[in-house]
Design a protein around this ligand. Structure first.
Ligand SMILES: [Zn+2]
Length: 314
């Protein structure tokens, strides 16, 4: 058993590389051995967690066996040091997950969104492992931290965060400040961004095309549904380049600027709506680098597949 521990220790670096090369790791969820296929480098920290826990349980098992066999004091001291260091690593990983969650949740709240709402219906790769199957309390705590973080980060993909037009002149702001009575005809429900007719208009978040049609006042309108009650509207377009029901990604060109509808010159009328109610789009256009990097990471993370126990590993 000591030999096993020494081998594990010596082989950690090599194993790590090989495991990532193969993009598969095995971990124990407390009841059975599971296979985790890593599809992206962004899941690296998750894999570190799983691997640490796997090694941790090996050490724990080895330590018990050594006690029964009567090991030397030096063996026990060494293993205790290794255990402590590993437990510290696991704690660090958990703290990283929690810190990332709180930073992201703060950004989400700053935009007037509810972090819990954002996680509704979001199923990350970790959803594949039922929490009830996770027996070990240390693993469970880590697992839940990662699961919560993963869901929130995936949920941020719905938040409009980029500018719908590149390098445009800002001509008219959102009307709340000039008219405190929301819903009045005088209120300007969005912002106006001026530019030449034909200027490309880009989707500010991933979503589906809810509407691509003529609407009185808006002229040619594209409305995107981003999920979780979030919508964006793009008005006065000279041309829509998308069709209803079409899937769009953040940054996709969706339309060309124009002056259709109630408009006196070529500009984009841009709105952000939460549960159907127009809100000030400016904070969304000024989303922090942190939020944007979370969104990029979440969008780039290809799904990781978690398979059940392999035949013969149970
Ligand atoms: Zn406008």
């Amino acid at each position: 058993m000591i030999k096993l521990v020494q081998m594990t220790n010596a082989g950690v670096a090599g194993k790590f590389r090989n495991l990532f090369k193969a993009r598969e790791i095995f971990f124990h969820d407390g009841t059975s051995l599971r296979r985790l296929t890593i599809g992206s480098r962004v899941q690296f920290a998750l894999a570190v967690t799983a691997l640490s826990l796997l090694l941790w349980s090996i050490f724990a098992a080895a330590q018990l066996a050594i006690v029964a066999a009567g090991p030397s004091q030096a063996d026990i001291a060494r293993m205790e040091r290794e255990m402590e260091s590993m437990q510290a690593d696991v704690l660090t990983i958990k703290k990283v997950a929690q810190a990332r969650y709180h930073l992201t949740a703060r950004e989400v709240r700053r935009l007037g969104l509810d972090p819990d709402r954002l996680q509704e219906g979001v199923g990350g790769p970790l959803e594949a492992v039922p929490a009830t199957r996770v027996a070990d309390p240390n693993f469970k705590a880590l697992f839940m931290s990662w699961k919560r973080l993963e869901k929130l980060e995936q949920g941020t993909i719905a938040i409009p965060s980029t500018e719908p037009v590149h390098g445009t002149a800002f001509t008219s702001g959102y009307g709340v400040r000039s008219d405190p009575f929301r819903g009045r005809a005088a209120m300007h429900a969005g912002i106006d961004l001026a530019g030449p007719i034909g200027t490309p208009i880009y989707a500010t978040a991933d979503g589906f095309v809810g509407r691509s049609q003529w609407v009185n006042g808006y002229g040619n309108l594209v409305e995107l549904d981003h999920g979780r009650g979030i919508q964006t509207r793009y008005g006065h377009l000279s041309k829509s380049l998308v069709q209803e029901g079409q899937r769009v990604k953040r940054g996709d060109m969706i339309a060309l600027m124009g002056s259709t509808g109630r408009s006196t010159g070529s500009h984009l009328h841009y709105e952000v709506r939460l549960d159907g109610k127009a809100v000030n789009p400016v904070p969304f256009m000024q989303s922090s680098n942190y939020l944007q990097s979370v969104q990029r990471r979440a969008a780039a993370s290809t799904p990781i597949a978690i398979g059940g126990p392999e035949a013969g590993t149970r």
